[in-house]
Design a protein around this ligand. Sequence first.
Ligand code: UDP
Length: 483
Amino acid sequence: MATNLHFVLVPLMQQGHMIPMVDIARILAQRGAIVTIITTPVNANRFKPSISRAIEDKLKIQVLELQLPLAQVGLPEGFESFDLLPSADLHIKLFAAMDMLEEPTENLLRGLTPPPSCIISDNLFPWTTDVARRLGISRLVFYGPGCFTYLCLHIVMNTNVLDEMVSDSETFVLPGIFDEIKLTKAQAGSWGKRDTEAMVDMFRRMDEAEKGADGIVVNSFQELEPKYVEELEKVIDKKVWCIGPVSLRNRSLLDIAERGNKAGINEHDCLKWLDNKESGSVIFVCLGSMSSVCNEQIFELGLGLESSNVPFIWCIRRTTEESERWLSGYEERVKDRGLIVRGWAPQVLILSHSAIGGFVTHCGWNSTLEGVSAGLPMVTWPHFADQFLNERFIIDVLKIGVSIGMEEVVAVGDQDKFGVLVKKDDIKASVESIMDKEEEGEVRRKRARELGKMAKRAMEEGGSSHLNTTTMIQDIIEQLGYN
Ligand code: UDP
């Protein structure tokens, strides 16, 4: 490998994008490349422990910080990540601030030694294609979700399939997809909504930049969705490199436990609790880094878990005085079989413990893939964006999931408007169904276990993702004319 190969990673400022990009940084550095991650102070701070460990391991990774011009777009100081914004209507402001990073990024890259060889950046940074062109280097696009979901989004955004439908709640079968995928118009159109001029412009630029990019890097693996990898390559006419599940590159306890925010539970306490439970008996409930549910829905979820009699770890992202009051009595009632984590859970650590038998997920792509990697069947509870498509992937394509019955799209900040959308009886029924040891549950579990093994094989030396990483690096070297 060329000793001066230098990747610059520009991840979207959001946990679900930062976390896999930090894993990708370590994967590339383990292959001998130099890696620079460009982000903002708040985001850099979240990943300090993980990056420091990588540097101690002699990996050549550095993080360079740029200030987002938040005041200029009317955002308060510190609002540097989408998960820190209280409502979805502020997202466009953060996008506007991100757009202003083009010049500072280019100046920073021009001063790097050795000079950058390739930018891997999120699709929501369209200007990185222009920066790469001006520097005479490659730009690869990092795709947040998997190939199935991107293909669905591509169809939704590039055809008039949604325009033909009058009502948001109308169900339709997505055309151009191998499996029968049924969704409502609102669910299918939740990501990539072009409801303002600014959004129309942003997606137009994103499309153009993607067309000018040199390839696509996806956190998925070939064996998970072979038809969709091939079809996506055909449809977008670009090389697609599936190099995941990138979370599986974490081997040490701390690397597995410390991803993203500081966890609300000590990893050893968490493992001790799980060690005392029977194999495959516990369900893990976590709804990601952005989705929120209102207090009434928290209570309903708690009651559903309580009535299911299944042992559980439940991560609650945000509590209020009212929910804390309710939880104090609840925790006492379920103390023999329920563990509540406030804020942030060491998700991958929990999922990979043998006591876990199922996962209630909001179907963010990383969580979906982490559930697959752990060989677990899942209860699906999507909220917005691509999550309803990932739900269909889990249920209709992989056939390892049971829906909790969430129909409505609930954007960030809108949870209180909707109240209780999932009833305790449906929570109980879906949790019992996923943990079921009878025929249907057993078939799902077996399939999930098989996929988990395939995921691990893909990341091992000689596995498909390992090989794809090699060819991706070789392609960059060839494009640069290195030897
Ligand atoms: N995550 C975690 N603990 C939490 C919540 C989330 O470790 O309490 C991690 C999770 O493992 C995943 C990422 O945060 O890697 C969330 O990404 P995903 O795409 O699943 O959903 P998003 O949060 O972007 O909606």
